[in-house]
Design a protein around this ligand. Structure first.
Ligand code: MG
Length: 291
């Protein structure tokens, strides 16, 4: 039996929020349902950020209400703060019985934290801690995200020790899987390996995931390097949804099709039906093209 690698599909949130076109709720639901049929392990379906700032994710509560629950599927939603958690709790009541996960975001560099989260790393850890405490009684899963694994668009290269410190602080709030993001897509297998190895001194490898961007064309190689270190959990976006927000026209999130192809070529199992995934990728490309 092949060893199993989990695919955490992020296209309907991380991908679509970076697309210019605002995709209507019904199309987002159709994409999510198609992805759940493909056999990915988890799907990030939306976020409870301020819709004035991220109009692409407005209506996440409607998405949650409309999606067709699939047994065994984990549904993930980005929750940035307590107000977002309130929105999540209200929406969750409209579609019960699903296995929910809350995604929590931290940056490894101060410049990115201030620009994208609007506060220092220390302040954002305090926010995350408040959300985790308030979410505890809900019994939902948690998943941490750390951006700027190797490079920050504002501060330049990121010291692996800095990533390791932030990962420890996050893991100290609550043990949870932590996805390490190469936000700029500049990571190479060597640098990614160094950064993950540093984090693994503070957080068990079994709890680490990789979130690679293909801007520099190295995402599949970085996945391979992370697999070699022992990671078995990867984020990817169907059809490469999202592009790179820092390099217009360039790829961002690694395409799920590409990630699955490389992982399976290396002898691992993902449980993903590649024909259904190809159908979802076509939907994603059509979504992006439609005006
Ligand atoms: Mg991403």
């Amino acid at each position: 039996m092949s060893e199993v690698v989990r695919i955490h599909e992020v296209g309907p949130r991380d991908g679509l929020q970076a697309e210019k076109r605002i995709v209507p709720v019904a199309e987002r639901v159709a994409l999510i349902d198609k992805l759940s049929a493909s056999g990915v392990w988890a799907i990030e379906v939306g976020s409870f950020v301020n819709p004035a700032r991220v109009p692409q994710m407005a209506g996440t509560d409607q998405v949650m209400a409309m999606l067709t629950p699939k047994a065994g599927m984990v549904y993930s939603v980005l929750v940035p703060n307590l107000r977002g958690l309130e929105g999540f709790i209200a929406a969750r009541a409209s579609n019960t019985g699903l296995d929910w996960e809350i995604a929590l975001f931290i940056a490894a560099s101060e410049g990115f934290s201030r620009a994208n989260i609007g506060c220092s790393i220390a302040e954002s850890l305090t926010r995350v801690s408040a959300v985790v405490e308030a979410a505890r009684p809900l019994g939902v899963r948690l998943r941490g995200y750390i951006s700027c694994l190797t490079d920050c668009p504002y501060d330049g290269p990121v010291d692996p020790a800095a990533v390791a410190r932030v990962a420890k602080a996050l893991y100290d709030i609550a043990p949870m899987p932590i996805s390490l993001g190469d936000t700029l897509g500049r990571g190479t297998p060597e640098r990614v390996t160094k950064a993950i190895a540093a984090v693994a001194q503070n957080v068990p490898l079994s709890q680490l995931a990789g979130h690679f961007h293909d801007t520099g064309g190295k995402a599949a190689d970085n996945i391979e390097a992370a697999l070699a270190l022992g990671l078995r959990d990867f984020d990817a976006a169907v059809g490469g949804l999202g592009g790179c927000p820092f390099a217009p026209g360039a790829p961002g999130n690694v395409a799920t099709e590409l990630a699955v192809a490389r992982i399976e070529a290396l002898g691992y199992a993902t449980g993903v039906n590649r024909a259904i995934l190809a159908g979802a990728a076509q939907m994603a490309r059509d979504m992006r093209a439609a005006q």
